[in-house]
Design a protein around this ligand. Sequence first.
Ligand code: CA
Length: 224
Amino acid sequence: MQRKVLIVEDERTIAESVAARLRAEGFAVELAHDGPAGVAAAEAGDPDLVVLDIMLPGYDGLEVCRRIQARRPVPVLMLTARADENDLLVGLAVGADDYLTKPFSIRELAARVHALLRRADRAATAEAATPERIVVGDLEIDPVRRRVRRAGTEPHLTPIEFELLTKLARRPDAVFSREELVSQVWGWEGPPRTVDSHVKALRRKLGADLIRTVHGVGYALEAK
Ligand code: CA
């Protein structure tokens, strides 16, 4: 089945070259050139993945991401104009799964797109294979409905946060290195710092005491 990628980018030359590369790799590609058109295209087209520029006319990429993710979880690869820490953190918080800083190589972008889709496929397979609930102390994860509950709250997690939490919760108290988490949850060799911002988000949503930092190593989910 042909995968659909939506590209939301107002710089036409970038949009066109990304589109050409992805079409050459067998994807069906749709383009949108501003925020509102991006949200509309995501709703109408049901893409398998969205490549999303942050700086857009209309509303920006963060708002587009928020609106797309509120409707249906979909992998988002965000494009940022500069290595702006705030853009990056906000982007990850609103549900982007990965990001690239401009200027980027089209080849690298294509590799990230494939990695994100592989990860989404693996997650779907894992859910189908282990539909049971995961319960660790007062934390409850429902892999089928993709819901998480703790202490009476049911916060909305982004797809990547959900997978990171599930990964940790399947082996409570086991220590996972950042590198291990990046390669297994994200599916590529990325900066370990990526994990830190998602752990921060999980702590904010589910409580600071849930995930323990193991200094110099990585993270573990506390079994209580
Ligand atoms: Ca732009």
